[in-house]
Design a protein around this ligand. Structure first.
Ligand SMILES: Cc1ncc(COP(=O)(O)O)c(C=O)c1O
Length: 386
């Protein structure tokens, strides 16, 4: 008895690290078990918080994954990823395979990036609203997130300038943007490019949604602007969204060879390599025809148009140009956390409160769900707002 009480006391005294205590759980990921639990209780929840499209993974990718399993591609492999896959990606990024590493989703590409480029106390400029994971991964690497507001979701270059200090090490850009759907223009990116060249900073460019762009808008890669920028940019990207492969956990980073090599060394201790047969499956993505991309964009653009029309009737809202989210502004006296909680509890619709993205007073509504769910979801949101 005495012994047990003693060990309980000792256990209570044991503390987890300050580093892990400083970060919050992902406000979007934590919603999944909540929704699952409510559905198990028989509630018909409409999930407009989703960060994944509702269409099926292309059959070519499934087939190649199954073949890889049949051919026993079930073992450890090179830490940086399959050479074949790295070569294909390098072809798209106008670089060599040595400039590419395959990671467990772009989430891990970001994690490894910050571990490799940041020292304790280094500052990283993050534009607000921002995707939840940026701030937490910067903190995990000992860095300091410096949050800089945007104007109407566009980067405010003067404000970015004001926030650059001797400690600034990097700027994160995310276009198309989660949660706003903003796609940065060439001119906007050029202004950021001039700044990072002048101050000799890294750019971490999250291009996870680069294939999901509407209204004939174009995605520009900051790394394409000059050889110098190519050296200073770490581009992260993913097979998750455009191919509906979120569960494959297959993403990548493209950067200067020195950075990629350090990421490879980190990966050799962190996870060894990305699931081998998932990487073979991802190879099939390069055989998909242009019409695949056109079909997906068309479907999402129709959903975007519908969602935007409905959202505009209820909230302040900028039309998303890419990705599959709409960032709606609630009227001044409504707390977005309260609104999202009540919407789920009383109307069975799940959206993400703006607090999660550093912007209280907003809600993020995903239009990646089925059209039927989007329609029903907006009917219920209208009821809740009325
Ligand atoms: C901006 C952004 N980056 C990265 C990711 C991570 O995607 P994955 O790890 O599935 O590649 C997401 C997912 O929602 C995202 O929205």
């Amino acid at each position: 008895m005495k012994n047990h009480a003693g060990s309980r006391k000792r256990l209570m005294k044991m503390k987890v690290s300050k580093r892990i205590d400083s970060i919050e759980e992902s406000g979007t990921v934590k919603l999944t078990p909540v929704i699952n639990r409510l559905r198990e209780q028989g509630k018909k929840i409409i999930n407009l918080a989703v960060g994944e499209p509702d269409f099926k993974t292309p059959k070519e990718i499934i087939k190649r994954t199954k073949e890889a399993l049949d051919f026993n591609k079930t073992r450890y492999d090179a830490a940086a990823g399959l050479d074949l896959l790295r070569e294909k990606i390098a072809g798209n990024y106008d670089c060599k395979k040595e400039n590419v590493i395959i990671t467990n989703g772009s989430k891990q590409a970001l994690y490894s990036t910050f571990q490799v480029i940041l020292d304790s106390g280094d500052e990283v400029v993050i534009l607000n609203p921002y995707w939840v994971t940026f701030t937490e991964q910067v903190k995990l690497a000992g860095g300091e997130p410096v949050i800089v507001d945007t104007t109407g979701h566009r980067p405010d270059i003067e404000l970015i300038k004001k926030n650059i200090t001797k400690k600034t090490k990097a700027v994160i850009i995310n276009s198309p943007n989660n949660p706003t759907g903003a796609v940065y223009t060439k001119q906007e990116l050029e202004k950021i490019a001039n700044l990072v060249i002048k101050h000799n900073l890294f750019v971490v460019s999250d291009e996870t949604y680069d294939e999901l762009i509407y209204d004939d808008k174009k995605h520009f890669r900051i790394s394409d602007f000059s050889e110098k920028l190519k050296k200073q940019t770490i581009s992260v990207n993913s097979f998750s969204k455009i191919y509906s492969m979120t569960g494959f956990r297959t993403g990548f980073a493209a950067a200067d060879e020195k950075i990629i090599d350090k990421m490879r060394i980190l990966q050799s201790h962190l996870c060894g390599n990305v699931c081998t047969f998932a990487q073979y499956g991802a190879l099939a993505a390069f055989d998909l025809k242009k019409k695949y991309y056109i079909r997906i964009r068309k479907e999402l653009e129709e959903k975007r148009d519908y969602a935007y029309r409905r959202a505009k009737e209820l909230f302040g809202c900028v039309k998303p140009e890419g990705a599959f989210y709409l960032f709606a502004e609630l009227s001044e006296n409504i707390s977005s956390e309260r609104f999202a909680k009540d919407l789920l509890k009383m109307h069975n619709v799940c959206v993400v409160p703006g607090e999660v993205f550093g912007s209280p007073g907003h809600i993020r509504i995903s239009f990646a769900a089925s059209m039927d769910d989007i329609k029903k979801g907006f009917d219920r949101i209208k009821k809740a707002s009325g």
